[in-house]
Design a protein around this ligand. Structure first.
Ligand code: G3P
Ligand code: CA
Length: 327
């Protein structure tokens, strides 16, 4: 009931009605909208509440970043660390490593349940990262597993009749290997158990580590839709190789938008290069409260999805992106 009230309230205040005279209207079905860490613009990232709220906004996919616990449970959390989104420092003060950080893999899933999750904050000064988002430290949110999140989404798919997909990302596979853990294999096994095996199963599997994603296709023989995330511009030179195992690429939007010249946006060749090789482009991350060079969120959305012609985007504000696409 609590989630339903949150969802209804925020949907009514969070929807963005855009007035626009553009004759070229985007068709909602042409583009993939991914709820980045859930509806993370409104509720603490990667909490079940943020996922339920995202679901109510009807994106195409909801994202799960994954890190393994000590007992090999895939936990939905963005980093291998716990200290910038939980109260781990006050619950387990003695479990800090020498570098001053608290690591997810040092805790069993049962221990992780003792932590409260909060809005992301800076560990040095305690200030929340996005000051106008959900207030840090209030209400009650917990960490959860990939299994629990899949059950939420599949349960909602059944009860609502919609078919919203999942978009899992394995975080830092090299770090996991170094610690004797095969996060790719463990994650693929969970996905398979819940019916995600092929490109038709509404599951897109993503990773920044190219060697590991190639392994997912060639050694672990996954038939899922694979997206190679890109962090550095020089990685765009490897698109032909990415196309041997991946179905799409996930670049930072700044690798696509070059500059504004005489009032017009100028783009790099990234999207065209990817499309020539048959790769889809899902860019990250569109945020209404971090506009960068754009004068409005509407402009941000249109420049990427319409002018640059990407195939989809990750966003902390799925309701606002969908609103523009449905205009
Ligand atoms: O996974 C793509 C998108 O989520 C951007 O990366 O760092 O937020 O996981 P990150
Ligand atoms: Ca991610």
């Amino acid at each position: 009931m609590k989630y339903v009230l949150i969802i209804l309230t925020v949907l009514s205040i969070g929807s963005c009605k855009v007035s626009d005279n553009s004759k070229e209207k985007l068709k909602r079905t042409d583009k993939i909208v991914v709820a980045h860490r859930g509806a993370s613009g409104y509720l603490p990232e990667h909490t079940i509440a943020a996922k339920a709220m995202a679901y109510a906004m009807q994106p195409d996919y909801i994202e799960q970043d994954l890190v393994l616990s000590k007992d090999d449970v895939p936990v939905v959390i963005h980093d291998i660390y716990l200290d910038d989104v939980t109260n781990v420092e006050s619950v387990f003060p003695e479990r800090k490593r020498e570098d001053g950080r608290y690591y997810v893999i040092d805790f069993t899933f049962e221990e992780l349940q003792k932590l409260n999750v909060t809005e992301r904050f800076n560990t040095k000064d305690g200030k929340q990262f996005y000051p106008n988002r959900f207030p840090k430290g209030i209400s009650s949110f917990k960490l959860h597993s990939l299994q629990q999140e899949i059950e939420l989404i599949q349960g909602l798919n059944k009860s609502t009749g919609h078919t919203i997909g999942i978009y899992p990302e394995i975080k830092n596979p090299a770090f996991h290997h170094k610690n004797g853990k095969d996060i790719a294999k463990i994650t693929l096994d969970v996905l398979s158990k819940y019916g995600y095996n092929t490109k038709d199963d509404k599951c897109i599997f993503q990773c920044f580590d190219a060697k590991e994603l190639e392994r997912v296709r060639k050694e672990l023989k996954s038939q899922l839709f694979l997206v190679q995330l890109i962090e550095f511009p020089e990685e765009t030179k490897q698109f032909s190789h990415f196309a041997t195992y991946a179905d799409g690429v996930g670049p930072w939007y700044k690798q696509i938008v070059d500059k504004k010249e005489n009032g017009e946006w100028v783009f790099t060749s990234l999207v065209a290069d990817a499309h020539k090789l048959g790769l889809k482009v899902h860019t990250y991350t569109l945020r209404a409260d971090q506009l960068g060079e754009f004068s409005s969120f509407q402009e941000n959305i249109k420049v990427l999805l319409e002018e640059a012609n990407v195939d989809g985007c990750f966003t902390d504000f799925p309701d606002k992106v969908i609103s523009v696409l449905e205009e």
